[in-house]
Design a protein around this ligand. Structure first.
Ligand SMILES: NC(=O)C1=CN([C@@H]2O[C@H](COP(=O)(O)OP(=O)(O)OC[C@H]3O[C@@H](n4cnc5c(N)ncnc54)[C@H](OP(=O)(O)O)[C@@H]3O)[C@@H](O)[C@H]2O)[C@@H](O)CC1
Ligand SMILES: Nc1ncnc2c1ncn2[C@@H]1O[C@H](COP(=O)(O)OP(=O)(O)O)[C@@H](O)[C@H]1O
Length: 274
């Protein structure tokens, strides 16, 4: 089934008069590395622009400083979170980072597992969305990336079943599947999205959506899986609509994509089809 803007609008939590930053949801972000500190900035920025009660960033010193420089509202102290975004901008994590990732994965909260954390997927104890591109999925399944790109919908479903997690497979068209067989696809996105760092932004959008729906996901089971699949497809749709806004037919930077997220969310909530 193809996920539409009106479907996506139903998966965006609007804050109410009784909300505070904690009731809206805190997103923990453990991303970036000495090698790729920029990925941390991109994911924190996109999460804040999607709407979340708080972002708690935990990562290497250089990335932490860059995140704080751009977003002083990000909290870098340890504390409780309602969801995690893990792994963007990490190659193979070193021992210290691996320990931190494993601690986060043991917390049983909804978690986005991206890039360098994909190898730890089997340690997750809560609901998970894995967000590989074809090459990363190829590595996880021991399959040639070209084979995956030739039939992404099928490989996404196979991966969800084999990995026991919701899988969002990135590409020109993004597919989402759950281990029990739920499947969604998004319309083909603008090819201007094929630029470094856009996947890091997608991670932040999805992380924010998980944090703001953590209560609904807590029960687990089939209902939570269906919700996770819908949230993942919604993140992809917000991402591609924001890219269209940022692009207007021209190239754009990832920060420009992120800057277009709030108006994209407003457009979805007011029912303006784009
Ligand atoms: N701003 C940031 O901080 C950003 C950080 N980022 C972070 O970087 C991490 C790695 O992300 P990724 O997805 O690119 O890694 P991966 O799947 O291992 O692919 C690498 C493979 O590509 C290939 N390759 C290399 N050059 C090539 C070329 N010119 N033309 C064709 N092929 C080429 C190369 O193959 P080879 O050189 O062996 O032929 C290699 O095997 C990840 O953590 C991500 O979050 C990114 O999001 C970007 C922005
Ligand atoms: N040809 C394309 N057309 C449309 N969207 C694309 C295309 N190629 C990649 N994308 C999208 O761009 C993003 C790239 O993410 P990713 O591969 O993780 O890159 P990075 O690691 O550099 O951030 C994904 O959301 C993917 O769906």
């Amino acid at each position: 089934m193809e996920w539409s803007p009106s479907d996506a609008a139903t998966m965006i939590a609007r804050p109410g008069a009784h909300d505070d930053k904690y009731s809206r949801g805190v997103l923990g972000v453990m991303t970036g590395s000495e090698q790729y500190p920029g990925a941390a900035v991109l994911g924190v920025d996109s999460a804040l622009r999607t709407g979340v009660g708080m972002v708690r960033y935990r990562g290497p010193e250089r990335a932490t400083n860059l995140v704080l420089q751009r977003h002083p509202e990000a909290v870098t102290a340890e504390g409780r979170v309602q969801a995690w975004l893990l792994g963007s901008g990490m190659g193979e994590p070193d021992d210290d980072m691996r320990r931190m990732l494993l601690d986060a994965l043991s917390e049983k909260v909804p978690t986005v597992v991206d890039a360098g954390a994909l190898g730890l997927l089997g340690h997750a104890s809560g609901p998970v969305v894995a967000t590989p591109h074809a090459r990363e999925l190829g590595r996880l399944l021991g399959v040639e990336p070209d084979e995956i790109s030739a039939d992404p919908a099928r490989w996404c479903a196979v991966a969800a079943e084999r990995l026991g997690a919701v899988v969002l497979l990135k590409g020109s068209r993004t597919h989402v599947a759950g281990p029990r067989g739920t499947r969604l696809a998004c319309a083909e996105a603008t090819p201007w999205l094929a630029t470094a760092g856009t996947g890091d932004a997608l991670g932040g959008i999805l992380g924010a959506l998980l944090a703001t729906h953590s209560a609904g996901l807590a029960g687990g089971g089939e209902e939570a899986e269906r919700m996770l699949v819908r949230l993942a497809a919604t993140a992809s749709l917000v991402h591609s609509l924001a890219a269209l806004r940022a692009s207007g037919g021209a190239p754009f930077t990832v920060l420009e994509l992120n800057a277009a997220i709030p108006q994209t969310v407003a457009g979805l909530l007011s029912g303006i089809a784009e």
